[in-house]
Design a binder for this molecule. Sequence first.
Ligand SMILES: [Zn+2]
Length: 215
Amino acid sequence: MPSNKNNPQNNGVYNSNATQVIDPCMLADDKQKVIAFHFAKIMDSLGLDRNDPSLQETPNRVAKMYVNEVFRGLDSRNFPKVTLFENTGGYDEMILVDRIALYSYCEHHFVPFFGEATIAYIPKDHVIGLSKINRIVQFIASKPQIQEKLTTEIGQKFNEILQTQDVAVFIEANHLCVASRGVADKRSVTRTSFFGGKFRKEKMKTKFFNSMDKF
Ligand SMILES: [Zn+2]
């Protein structure tokens, strides 16, 4: 008979080593129910009074926010519709989109990190609808992760969609797990980059950085 000592519903003690496999295809509504149930337990453990009218709906609010908003990027069914256009004009220079607002969550502490992203590419046969670049960045950002992984994932996704290695990504972000706790350093920022294809050459890196607002 399988041991159920790791089931948080049995004895109220959560063992972080226990792995609970949740069906990734679970409906959004069902996910929300599971999250709301467990978030209520977290609030109870902290001694919060869930009968307080201000807190009553918090477990449901958090569950909805996780599934539909800040962690929607965990469900590939939410991936934005991508519009590609034939590169009929034969444009072969860099296209750079700067200052893309970015909100994500640190997977180590489950608190936000946020900042701006810059994406550049040199088109081959297709160009992408400009606003789609923002939407794809924002979608990939919408899940718990670390900035390093986020930067690489965005670069590789654009390699795949645009069918070219000539992609560059730069992210500058503030991490609340650094600013609001721990070392409590409010001003420090983290910068990460991804360079593929022609962007690996110093000349292109320089062109990329020169085209950005910051540098
Ligand atoms: Zn963190």
